[in-house]
Design a protein around this ligand. Sequence first.
Ligand SMILES: [Zn+2]
Length: 332
Amino acid sequence: MSAVCFAMVEELLPDLYRVEIPLPGSPLKALNSYIVKGREQFLIIDTGLNREECLRPMLSALKELEVDLSKTDFFITHFHADHSGLVGTLATDTSKVYLNRPEASSVAFQSSEDFWKGLFAFYHSNGFPEEEIKEVLKGHPGYQYSIRHQVNLTVTEEGDEIEVGDYLFRCIETPGHSPGHTCLYEASKKILLCGDHILFDITPNITCWKQLENSLKQYLTNLEKVYTLDVNLVLPGHRNFWDNHRKRITELQQHHRNRLDEALFALEGGEKTAWEVAPYITWDMDCGSWEEFPSVQKWFAVGETIAHLDYLEADGRARKEMKDHKVLYSLA
Ligand SMILES: [Zn+2]
């Protein structure tokens, strides 16, 4: 492990490096960007936010590793700004930028004012107070630091292969954390680059998506999907990597069962909006009570609560109805 002026660069396997890109102000702390060196070509998997604090350490790491951006392709596990934001700045005319189909088709819309307006109206209908929404804008990474440049995307689908040097990666679609989230699997070396599908020190945020019905159900199904893979090295999008994905998958499944129970318990006291259910759920946050959460963390928590309530509704355990422009959940 060698420290450079800004980024931590670490060779994990021959020609496969992890670069820690800091995410200032985020509880995620840093993004793991992975760089693969081939003979003529390089591949960068996930990039960091579109901001100076990410660009500088990335450029310093690329210099240390002698990566030529004119010979570099990019694979983006999912469009979240901490994974995709910098790609617009780094990609050259000769770069391929791989992104899954559902997200490639909406990436431009995601940074439009119309998209955010629609999202705010949706959260407001789920009880999120108007005055807190203004605070969310100031801290939401997707609003502040997403791709601002036009990027030519190469759309990936299940089973597509990307070869670089001695590595042959296969695309494994794992929607749930995002509508088209995709992992890369290297079968002969038993490596899974899993983006935010599996994290070890924290739990991936599972929120609701217009493009993805019952995102929690899909997420859990796609945990089962990767459980069967033969893996010796699991490389996630944040924090530490590990050798065993199956133990963590079992923990993540239990984690969501607990949250579903907490949501049901909240509804035992009568019908509620997602905003009112959220404080009943156990969140992995350093700050004390629900009231003390920063607005943007409340936003992520309410999104996650909606995903759990929608799961319960689809499962027949909860009911959802619109009353006075508010979405209310109750026990079925
Ligand atoms: Zn993400």
